[in-house]
Design a protein around this ligand. Structure first.
Ligand SMILES: C[S@@+](CC[C@H](N)C(=O)[O-])C[C@H]1O[C@@H](n2cnc3c(N)ncnc32)[C@H](O)[C@@H]1O
Length: 298
């Protein structure tokens, strides 16, 4: 059982960077009509209150700036709309949705989500959040398929799975749709977790080589990040890009300098768009002015 609780970190700058990147990836996949699978290996509880999230409280100003501004960037506008939609459903102006709820705000009827979470309490909270979402939704929930033996199917297109995401992802790849995005977003607190991430990326691509895989990672020391990128490059023979946003120089000794997402099999045009919206997002989040952004192929 993991002790990590994402609630303490919800809404921090790294969460916002990850969630806007997720929004951009989902939008890019939706340029085609055909539905796809959104698979999350580390979903957490799905719904937060920034008043009770210590890092979220610190980020409120940044998030509010994103929500208020930059409508010319479609990725930021769609992210802002997902946050505003959840706040209005939750009836709480400080509510903040996690990645599963942000994805569900964007998914179309032809898309579907499988959301894996190891911690029983977090998985149960996620089911509740999805049920609350369905109750507040104008659409009637679909009936759960009795053929799917997972513990709950809280609404249309979404299935919560309690279990180890590194292991369970195998069961869902390749998806019958032959299109998919897998998000791997572990806490990076357990020993050997990075090696499990690498193995999961390799396994996901072995099963489904054209699937998009996104991995969030913390930037604490740029040399460690470079070494990990090189190792991943050596074991993955697909196109890969890294989008990074940092608030502190990447070798400073604060706990978290920056946030990165590696995207394997990046959808067409995603890097070009990232070079437009990432600096705009950075401008909202970096009030100290000592950070930066980068988008590069690995
Ligand atoms: C960083 S949080 C995920 C946040 C979420 N993706 C979001 O952006 O809203 C990591 C989550 O992974 C869960 N976890 C840890 N180890 C896991 C594993 N092996 N499989 C699935 N979930 C795991 C933790 O309980 C925690 O809820």
């Amino acid at each position: 059982m993991t002790q990590y609780r994402h609630g303490f970190h919800a809404g921090n700058f790294a969460d916002v960077h990850k969630h806007v990147t997720l929004t951009a990836l989902l939008q890019a996949l939706q340029r085609k009509e055909k539905g796809f699978l959104y698979l999350e290996t580390h979903a957490a509880r799905g719904a937060y209150d920034l008043e009770t999230s210590s890092e979220g409280r610190a980020s409120i100003a940044g998030i509010e700036r994103v929500l208020a501004g930059a409508p010319s960037h479609e990725e930021l506008a769609a992210y802002a709309q997902a946050i505003a939609g959840w706040r209005s459903r939750a009836g709480n102006p400080r509510a903040y949705p996690g990645s599963p709820l942000i994805a569900l705000a964007l998914l179309r009827p032809q898309d579907r989500a499988v959301l894996i979470e190891l911690d029983r309490g977090e998985a149960a909270a996620l089911e509740k959040a999805l049920q609350a979402r369905e109750r507040a939704s104008p659409r009637a929930p679909e009936r759960a398929s009795p053929r799917v033996p997972e513990r709950a199917r809280p609404g249309p297109r979404a299935q919560v799975v309690e279990g180890d995401g590194f292991e369970r992802l195998r069961a869902y790849l390749p998806p019958p749709e032959r299109r998919g995005l897998t998000l791997i977003d572990p806490p990076y607190e357990a020993q050997g977790e990075l090696a499990r991430v690498d193995a999961a990326v390799v396994e996901a691509l072995r099963r489904f080589q054209t699937g998009v895989v996104a991995v969030w990672y913390p930037i604490k020391d740029a040399r460690d990040t470079a070494a990990w990128h090189a190792a991943l490059r050596a074991s993955v023979a697909r196109e890969m890009l890294a989008g990074e946003l940092w608030l502190h120089p990447c070798d400073s000794r604060v706990a978290l300098n920056g946030s990165g997402v590696v995207v394997v099999n990046p959808p067409y045009g995603i890097a070009e768009r990232m070079r437009v919206w990432l600096p705009a997002l950075h401008a909202c989040l970096d009030t100290g002015g000592s950070g930066g952004t980068s988008v590069r192929l690995l």
